[in-house]
Ligand binder design. Sequence first.
Ligand code: PGA
Length: 253
Amino acid sequence: MAKPILVANWKNHPSSPEEAKKLLKELSKKRKLFKKTTLFIAPPFTYFESVSERITGFGRLAAQNISSLPPGNYTGQVTPDILKNFGVRLCILGHSERRGFGETSEHIAKKVKAALRSGIAPLVCIGEKERDAEGEHFEFLREQLKSSLAGLNAKAAAKTAIAYEPVWAIGKSAKDAINLTELSQTVIFIKKVLADLFGRKTAEAIAILYGGSVEPDNANELMRNSGIRGFLVGHASLDAKSFNAIAESLSKT
Ligand code: PGA
């Protein structure tokens, strides 16, 4: 069995290099625990060097975004070749906060291809804004998957991973997150859509993670038979005690 995947999405935190170093120091004390998972930390670009120096041996660097452009002169862009050369192996793409800035699934599909061309695995985020009794959100998820992965063949699709992050559950607390039944049903649905798009074998190869208020209080339950292979963690990844406890839950699955 492959190790569970744990991705820390630091977003635009912490607010100083000293705090980032302190957090990394706390995490490195639990390096043995993190070695039982495939750990990625996605910090703001400004902390890349500091993070990569301090997680050697138990974690890898991930990016929160990528440019879809080839190497060239683009002020303010960071192209995949630079990230790859820096050791980045995973990139979060299509996070709802970026979609909120106007990033569309078409932009995301371009970024997915650019990441793959550079040997960086795209972690493609999908998630409905709200759920409804008629299950309309499933259609929304199908459309997001289809358009964000547009243009990929099965071989390329097998190198991606999906993060299911219902927007209504992001940035809240464990009690407001999804429950196990809803998560299991959604994972089955996502696998079915992936199988329709790329075939069953490829669908099985694509790791599905869950994100949205993952905390020590719900990590254990959400991993249990839900079909997910790990978590994308926001606020709880900025607190060493909470993040260690989530890793502990994962390492026991
Ligand atoms: P959260 O964020 O864990 O704070 O809900 C998850 C995310 O936005 O990736």
